[in-house]
Design a protein around this ligand. Structure first.
Ligand code: NIG
Ligand code: FE
Length: 406
C-alpha cells in the first residue's frame, strides 16, 4: 500500500535517535538526539525535533523511549539464484577452503529455474532483509552468465530495487573455460547491451581464478562509458590489483578488501570529494564480514582503514556460497567483535556508509527531505545491536514512510 501523499505520521517518544547528521547532538558522525520525534509526510521526513515540540499528525506511533536508526543500506547482495550450497558450507566447516568454484553449481541451478522460481526466491530474501531492518538493498546478477540469463536476472532484480548491478563477469562459465578472452568480449558487447535497460551499476570479480586486472579494467571502462556506475569485488581470496584498479577507475565502492597492502590503503585514503567541482570521487571500502564468517577466513583490519581516513561500509554479500545471511544486525555484531570497529562506527558503516557506497544522499540519514526509512529497536540504544548479537531487536520498520507488516 502506498501512503496518501497528504497523510502524516509522527514517530514519537524516541529515546535515542541516530540521524547520521554529523554535528547534531552527541555521538560525532552518528548525530544522536535524545527525546526526539520524527514527522513523516508521504514517503519523506518532514521534520525532526524535540518530542515536546512535536507537531500534530494524522497518525502517531509511540516508541516508548526506544532507539530509532536510519534503515540499513545493504550495498552488496546476490539475491537472484536458485538452490543452495549447504553441503559445500558443511565441507568448509570440516576444513575445505573456499575457492569460488561453487559459483558454477549455482549458475547451473539458476539457469534451470523458471522466472517465477527466481522471483519467489528474491522475494523471500528481500522480505527476510526488510524484517531485519534493511530498507535499501543492492542486488547483483552473476549466476546467469549468458546474454539472456544475465538480462533475466537483472529484470527480476529490478522488480525489487533500483540498485541493480550487472555482474556478468562473476566467473568465466564452463562453456567458455578455454577462451576467457571471448567471454570478456561477450560481456563487453551483447551482454552489456542486454543488461543496460535494467542495471544501474557494473561489477567484476577481480581475483585469481576469476578476472585479472586487464580484463576487469576493460569491462568496467566499457560499462562506465555506457553510463553505469562502477563497483568491484577485490582482494577477497588474496592480495591483488583490484583495490587499486577500483581507485583508478573511480569506483563508488570496492568490496571485500580482506587482504590489503599499505599501498591499497593509501590509494583508498586518497579518494575524497572533489570540493572544487563538488564531485563525489570517494571509493568506499565495503567490508563483508558474513563472508569471512562463512568461509572461515581472516577478517579485514577495518581499524587500519578507518584510522587512515577511508570511508567504510558494511554489507551482507548475501549469496548461497560465501555468505548466506541477509542480516545487517549480524554483520554489525561481527564487525565490532572481529574487525575492530566500535559499535558506533559499525552502525554508521551499515547505514550512512552503505549510502555512500551507492552514492545516495536520500537514505542512510534521517533529515528533512530524506526518505522515511526508519528502524525502531527493541532496545534503548544502538549499542545493543552489537551487544546483543543474534537477538531479533528490530521491532518496527518504516519503509518509504509505510510501516512494514508481515
Ligand atoms: O562476493 N566472490 C565472489 N562472489 C561471491 C560469492 C559467490 C558464491 O560463492 O556463490 C562473493 O563472495
Ligand atoms: Fe559478492
Amino acid at each position: 500500500m502506498s501512503p496518501r501523499l497528504d497523510s502524516s505520521l509522527l514517530v514519537d517518544n524516541i529515546g535515542e535517535l541516530v540521524t547520521n547528521v554529523a554535528g547534531t547532538g552527541e555521538g560525532g558522525p552518528l548525530g544522536i538526539r535524545r527525546d526526539a520525534a520524527v514527522l513523516v509526510e508521504g514517503d519523506r521526513i518532514a521534520w525532526i525535533g524535540p518530542a515536546t515540540y512535536a507537531p500534530a499528525a494524522d497518525r502517531r506511533i509511540d516508541v516508548e523511549g526506544a532507539a530509532v536508526l536510519p534503515g540499513f543500506v545493504d550495498s552488496h547482495a546476490h539475491l537472484v539464484f536458485a538452490g543452495d550450497r549447504a553441503t559445500e558450507f558443511a565441507a568448509r566447516m570440516a576444513g575445505q577452503p573456499y575457492t569460488g568454484g561453487g559459483i558454477r553449481t549455482t549458475v547451473s541451478a539458476t539457469r534451470a529455474a523458471s522466472d517465477d522460481e527466481l522471483r519467489a526466491n528474491v522475494a523471500r530474501l528481500h522480505r527476510e532483509a526488510l524484517r531485519q531492518g534493511t530498507t535499501t538493498i543492492e542486488i547483483k546478477s552473476g549466476y546467469g552468465l549468458s546474454v539472456t540469463e544475465e538480462a533475466r536476472s537483472l529484470r527480476i532484480a529490478r522488480e525489487f530495487t533500483t540498485e541493480t548491478t550487472f555482474l556478468g563477469a562473476h566467473v568465466v562459465p564452463a562453456e567458455y573455460a578455454d577462451r576467457p578472452d571471448d567471454y570478456v568480449g561477450l560481456v563487453c558487447g551483447p551482454m552489456l547491451r542486454a543488461a543496460l535497460p535494467y542495471a544501474r551499476w557494473i561489477d567484476v570479480f577481480c581475483e585469481r581464478g576469476a578476472f585479472d586486472a586487464d580484463h576487469a579494467r576493460a569491462i568496467l571502462t566499457v560499462g562506465q562509458a555506457a553510463g553505469l556506475g562502477v563497483r568491484l569485488h577485490a582482494n577477497q581470496l588474496g592480495p591483488g590489483p583490484g583495490v587499486q584498479l577500483a581507485v583508478e577507475v573511480g569506483a563508488a565502492s570496492v568490496d571485500h578488501c580482506t587482504h590489503l597492502s599499505d599501498a591499497d590503503i593509501e590509494a583508498l585514503a586518497s579518494t575524497t570529494v572533489d570540493w572544487t567541482s563538488g564531485a563525489e570521487t570517494t571509493t568506499v571500502a565495503t567490508l563483508l564480514p558474513g563472508a569471512e564468517f562463512s568461509t572461515r577466513s581472516p577478517y579485514p583490519d577495518a581499524r587500519r582503514l578507518l584510522d587512515a581516513g577511508v570511508t567504510v561500509a558494511l554489507a551482507t554479500d548475501c549469496n548461497p556460497g560465501s555468505s548466506y545471511t541477509s542480516s545487517m544486525p549480524f554483520c554489525v555484531a561481527l564487525a565490532v567483535r572481529e574487525m575492530g570497529l566500535t559499535p558506533a562506527e559499525a552502525v554508521w558503516a551499515a547505514t550512512a556508509g552503505g549510502a555512500r557506497a551507492l552514492r545516495r544522499d536520500d537514505v542512510g540519514v534521517l533529515r528533512p527531505g530524506a526518505l522515511a526509512d526508519l528502524v525502531v529497536l527493541d532496545a534503548p540504544s544502538h549499542l545493543h545491536l552489537a551487544y546483543r548479537p543474534g537477538v531479533p531487536l528490530i521491532s518496527q520498520v518504516l519503509h518509504n514512510g509505510v510501516p512494514h507488516h508481515e
